[in-house]
Design a binder for this molecule. Structure first.
Ligand code: PLP
Length: 384
């Protein structure tokens, strides 16, 4: 009896799971592998959720999320100036992932091509495939700071291309797309009538220029869906609150899609999100912590011969080049784990263009970072 659909048969756990499983069998492990803030959610946000529970916010909310939460989103961050209508242009979802999957569920059909940067966050391609679409890679390179280039996007466009996925600040590279390049990308999107999916889940974590949302460029609001979440900005990964803001035509279909999949995002978590979105200083504090750690990790890498890297402009990742050690990124990271008990993620896990690199997340304490870097240095000296 075959009960599984073809779609289900193609589902696999992400490539980095094996590293974590292996690390779980070891002691004294330092993990620079995890893509989530290690600190607890700021206490006032937790208190807002507790208050919501005490006040009886324990029921379903509207499928699109509470109006209060949608209003708070419309007044948040760089999209504030676009005045999204909370009634028709915003949906609250279980995390940014929930927003992405709902969006893809309403725009992708068999054979549709979606352009995605390579290296990329692991889940984009699998989500596109899950809905019957074809993920098409647009390679980026270290020489251009891993910034996706408008001309490379244009070369990959066919009559089947429907949308372009952008992720700035980027996971895994930490790159931020400068406004000038975004302008060129916007021109390409308009010329080829593409939808742009702008994943901005790291937009509060930046160390140089403030990231610009492509949705704010002329003519782009009507062809962009902004995806964001509170996971990284407020150390709220477990709360599962994200959102999408975009054209009413698209959001109005994501709402019944959500009705059929999860009904709505968690009610007390939405109340907590309202509090968080009204207190941007809480996310600024997190950014300050990551800024200090970024300095520790880059200072540590500077002291290791054979490793080079581009200073990350955002998120909490650095993506150093390890090619001089003459092994694949998977061999390097597996040996690093076995010999020094440090978890870093092989660049190849993020796509072909990631081979020769590894992703280090500075989502562990300063002491662990210092110790982890010493171990990496020792490892590099042994294998040279
Ligand atoms: N987008 C990117 C680029 C991510 O790295 C992640 C999580 O790692 C997400 C989206 C999903 O975030 P959330 O926890 O809000 O679902």
């Amino acid at each position: 009896m075959v009960v599984l659909s073809k779609r289900a048969q193609n589902l696999h756990q992400g490539a980095i799971r094996a590293m974590f499983d292996k690390a779980a069998t070891m002691d004294r492990v330092i993990s620079m592998g995890i893509g989530e803030p290690d600190m607890a959610t700021p206490m006032p946000i937790c208190e807002a959720a507790a208050m919501a529970l005490r006040n009886g916010q324990t029921h379903y909310t509207p499928n699109a999320g509470t109006l209060e939460c949608r209003r708070a989103v419309s007044e948040w961050g760089s999209i504030k100036e676009l005045h999204y209508d909370p009634q028709t242009e915003i949906i609250i979802t279980p995390g940014g992932m929930g927003a992405l999957s709902l969006l893809l569920s309403v725009i992708v059909e068999d054979g549709v091509e979606i352009l995605i940067q390579d290296p990329q966050w692991l889940n984009y391609a699998s989500q596109v495939q899950f809905f019957g679409g074809i993920p098409v890679s647009v390679s980026t390179c270290a020489e251009r700071g891993f910034v996706i280039q408008a001309e490379d996007i244009e070369h990959k466009i066919t009559e089947k291309t429907k949308a372009l996925m952008l992720n700035s600040p980027n996971n895994p590279t930490g790159a931020v797309i400068p406004e000038e390049e975004l302008g060129k990308i916007a021109e390409v999107a308009v010329r080829h009538d593409l939808l742009v999916i702008s994943d901005e889940v790291y937009d509060t974590l930046y160390y140089k220029d403030k990231p610009v949302s492509i949705s704010t460029l002329p003519g782009m609001k009507e062809r962009t869906v902004v995806i964001n979440s509170l996971s990284k900005a407020f150390a709220m990964t477990g709360w599962r609150i994200g959102f999408a803001a975009g054209p009413a035509e698209i959001i109005s279909k994501m709402v019944p899609a959500q009705e059929n999949i999860s009904a709505c995002a968690n009610a007390p978590a939405q109340a907590a999100a309202v509090y968080a979105l009204h207190h941007p200083e809480l996310s600024e504090t997190l950014c300050t912590i990551f800024r200090q750690r970024r300095k520790i990790i880059t200072d540590g890498l500077n002291a290791i011969p054979g490793i080079s890297y581009d200073e990350p402009a955002g998120a909490f990742y650095v993506f150093p080049n390890i090619q001089s050690f003459g092994m694949t990124s998977s061999e390097f990271c597996n040996r690093l784990l076995e010999e020094e008990h440090v978890v870093c993620i092989p660049g190849s896990a993020f796509g072909q263009a990631g081979e020769g690199y590894m992703r280090m997340a500075y989502t562990c304490s300063e002491d662990e970072l210092v110790e982890g870097l010493q171990r990496i240095k020792r490892f590099c000296e042994t294998i040279r």
